[in-house]
Design a protein around this ligand. Structure first.
Ligand code: ASN
Length: 357
């Protein structure tokens, strides 16, 4: 599937400064307006951004804006759009110093995670941001999020970008993209990173947490990956699961990978029917990735008897990875590798800062 992009409003905000930023607008509340017909928020044409954020004219760098032809509520995001965004960044990589992706908050953590895998050897900032209130509303959080995300994206020390990785900026905090999670739907502080320190905090000054930001490396060229395998699912355990249902899920035609959301430190029921279903699935080549339902802490398979069995069956431990990063990592690896054993091997490795190993 291809999503066309249109280049809008460039000349009025070109000021011939040294740094150039490409902003990619995909949709989300930030750019929505109230539609009286449907009585709900719908995406609007992003041409109106300059009217709503005149401050953009005052920025100390050159800004180019691209908008997806059809902006979306991020509930409608798809792997094909992740690949399209990654491709835009890849194809414009030499021309721009940094990238800002404007995105709905609902699935921003999935998109940030996916981009971190699709853009291998990234050496420039890719900062995602959005808002809880549309940009045209007086109390909106969009303006601050947008302007600070742009500031962070363009920030350099000795000519080098400060944040050469995929990150999420929201409500004063910069988080590693594949560690971020949407935690709040009504307050402005929508995102948190439970298992990795914030990369920066924006107050009067923007304070960067340098030791935790990925190092700037240019020895390897940016590599774009375009294959994501969607034959995956997330299965959240709950007391009272029925065997028939679990059986049907694992026997779904074409299923290649399951992110299993387990209890606590990676524990699952030890009933034999359940373990047999998992064993049959792994024997059939389905990769199972163990991720905790807890946001903080990590999966430690083998600590309890209820997780030792999973280890024996060949379920892969997800350590402290988020579900969003786990499912996108699985899509990415299944899109790249044919052998389940190879996928399992790579799932357990830290690829781009998504988990502690
Ligand atoms: N439904 C919106 C979206 O994710 C929510 C938001 O952006 N705050 O596109």
């Amino acid at each position: 599937m291809s999503y066309k992009t249109s280049k809008i409003t460039t000349s009025s905000i070109k000021n011939n400064r040294a740094t150039s930023v490409l902003m990619i607008y995909t949709g989300g509340t930030l750019g929505m307006v109230f539609d009286s017909k449907s009585k709900s928020l719908v995406p609007f044409n992003f041409n109106e951004i300059l009217t709503n954020v005149p401050e953009l004219h005052r920025l100390e760098f050159e800004l180019t804006i691209l908008a997806l032809e059809k902006p979306i509520d991020s509930a409608n995001i798809k792997p094909a759009i992740w690949v399209e965004i990654a491709r835009i960044i890849h194809d414009n990589f030499e021309e721009f110093d940094a990238f800002v992706v404007l995105h709905g908050t609902d699935t921003m953590a999935y998109t940030a995670s996916a981009l971190s895998f699709l853009l291998e050897n990234l050496s420039k900032p890719v900062i995602l941001t959005g808002a809880q209130l549309p940009i045209g509303i007086a109390r909106t959080d969009a303006r601050e999020n947008l302007i600070t995300a742009l500031e962070i994206a363009s920030a350099k020390i000795n000519g080098r970008p400060i944040v050469p990785e995929v990150a999420v900026y929201f409500n004063s905090y910069l988080l590693r993209g594949n560690r971020a999670k949407k935690k709040e739907s009504s307050q402005f502080n929508a995102f948190r990173s439970e298992n990795y320190p914030n990369l920066a905090e924006a107050g009067v000054t923007i304070d960067y947490n340098f030791p935790f930001i990925r190092p700037y490396r240019t020895d390897l060229p940016l590599q774009l990956h375009e294959q994501l395998d969607e034959n995956v699912m997330i299965l959240k355990l709950f007391p009272g699961m029925q065997q028939g249902l679990i059986h049907n899920i694992f026997n779904t035609k074409g299923l290649k990978g399951v992110v299993l959301e387990t209890y606590g430190a990676g524990n699952a029921p030890s009933e034999s029917w359940f373990l047999d279903e998992l064993k049959q699935a792994t024997d059939a080549g389905i990769v199972i990735f163990n991720v905790s339902q807890c946001d903080g802490g990590r999966v430690l398979q083998g600590t309890y008897q209820t997780s030792r069995k999973l280890e024996e069956i060949g379920v892969v431990s997800g350590s402290d990875i988020t579900t969003e990063a786990a499912i996108t990592k699985m899509m990415f690896l299944l899109g790249k590798e044919n052998s389940p054993e190879r996928v399992k091997f790579d799932l357990e490795r830290d690829i781009c800062g998504e988990m502690s190993v």
